[in-house]
Design a protein around this ligand. Structure first.
Ligand SMILES: [Zn+2]
Ligand SMILES: [Zn+2]
Length: 100
């Protein structure tokens, strides 16, 4: 079974590599509007990264009506992805496709 699952709103597309999953999330799903600041970002990993790099945990919890376990799940996804992904190559691929 492939390791990486898209996970956006019940999407169960699976990928052998994490880069494929992020590219899928960015190109196949509708964009996400950040509930804290209104910025439009790709859904999935990039939305998580935006929320936690740009905003505090407290802002996230308030805007999304989230609890601490929702924060923890997202922090784990973010660190798993960042351990594994070649994000420079993901961004390069997405730019070439005109998706970023
Ligand atoms: Zn998906
Ligand atoms: Zn934001």
């Amino acid at each position: 079974m492939s390791r990486w699952k898209c996970g956006i709103e019940g999407c169960d597309a699976r990928f052998e590599d994490v880069e494929g999953a992020i590219i899928h999330q960015t190109t196949e799903h509708t964009r996400h509007e950040c509930k804290v600041c209104g910025t439009i970002v790709p859904d999935g990993y990039f939305a998580i990264r935006h929320a936690f790099d740009e905003h505090t945990r407290a802002e996230f919890v308030r805007a999304y009506d989230a609890d601490s376990s929702a924060v923890r799940v997202r922090e784990e996804i973010k660190s798993d992805v960042e351990e594994e992904a070649d994000l420079n190559s993901v961004v390069r691929t997405l730019r070439e496709q005109g998706a970023l």
